[in-house]
Design a protein around this ligand. Structure first.
Ligand code: E4P
Length: 274
């Protein structure tokens, strides 16, 4: 499974690439807002354009997703083309992020505009990451329109189910892949019992029909959920920096390191250190 970092913070991207395990970057308007707010609060100059260019250069050779902000077919196609024209020449690694359905209300006129924009931009050879996927059928539609990646939002499904149960939780808390039971019934969202289940269902459909679109598990909350989307067959998982760090952590590893280090005898150290 490929690992992307889900952030617009340059320092995090730089650090994660230095580990040698990173395969790409995803951003969204909320992540960009975070860095702009952060820079402003430090009294620093905010040039989002040059900031994005730095991210693209750091990630050279791996995809970086940049999201449109429009909600109509026309806007999304124009913005997708503009983003690609402006930023792809920097390192030839731009993927345009398009929402699967940009409507603010059900049955709005523009509900198919995301799908239509994906089709048009794909024809123009602009690779697309289709975002805000909450059902396997949305993933199927996006794949049919030509998206290179579809992004099911695993964590937000779990958050939603937990909110319905009324349990208090931290964003990084584990949510069981097999779902949450209440009064003897597993809670579900339209036949999806967890974020991992959503990813698994997308993967199963794509495998059944030999669909080449990659399943990019997004909105990941912790290391165990990352493991579970890997077991579910996700092609990619995009992770916040804290999850990337958490993936290397186990208290027994720390304990083992301490005891091995304490047991080093000088004769052995001399051989190893030379
Ligand atoms: C992915 O591309 C999304 O931007 C992201 O994973 C959303 O994560 P969140 O639910 O933690 O905001």
């Amino acid at each position: 499974m490929e690992i992307f970092i889900d952030t617009a913070k340059l320092e995090e991207i730089e650090q994660a690439y230095s580990y040698g395990i990173l395969d790409g970057v995803t951003t969204n308007p909320s992540l960009v807002k975070k860095i702009v707010d952060d820079l402003k609060s430090k009294g620093k100059d905010v040039s989002v354009e040059s900031y994005i260019k730095k991210i693209l250069k750091l990630a050279r050779g791996t995809p970086v997703s940049l999201e449109v902000i429009g909600t109509t077919y026309k806007e999304m196609v124009e913005e997708g083309k503009r983003l690609f024209k402006k930023f792809n020449p920097v390192a030839k690694n731009v993927y345009v992020k398009i929402p699967v359905n940009p409507a603010f209300e059900e049955d709005s006129e523009n509900m198919f505009d995301g799908i239509k924009a994906i089709k048009t931009l794909t024809k123009a050879r602009i690779p697309i990451n289709c975002t805000l996927i909450f059902t396997p059928e949305q993933a199927l539609m996006a794949a049919k329109a030509g998206a290179s990646f579809v992004s099911p939002f695993a964590g937000r499904i779990d958050d939603d189910i937990r909110k319905r149960v009324g349990v208090k939780f931290e964003k990084s808390d584990y949510f069981p892949a097999s779902g949450w039971e209440k009064s003897g019934k597993i809670l579900e969202d339209n036949g999806v019992v967890s974020g991992v289940d959503l990813v698994w269902q997308c993967v199963e459909i794509f495998r059944t029909y030999n669909i080449k679109t990659k399943v990019l598990a997004a909105s990941i909350r912790n290391a165990r959920q990352t493991r579970e989307v890997a077991l579910a067959g996700a092609d990619i998982a995009t992770l916040p920096f804290y999850v990337i760090k958490e993936m290397l952590t186990h208290y027994k590893t720390i304990e083992g390191m301490k005891s091995f280090t304490a047991d080093v005898v000088p004769e052995y150290a001399k051989i190893v250190k030379g």
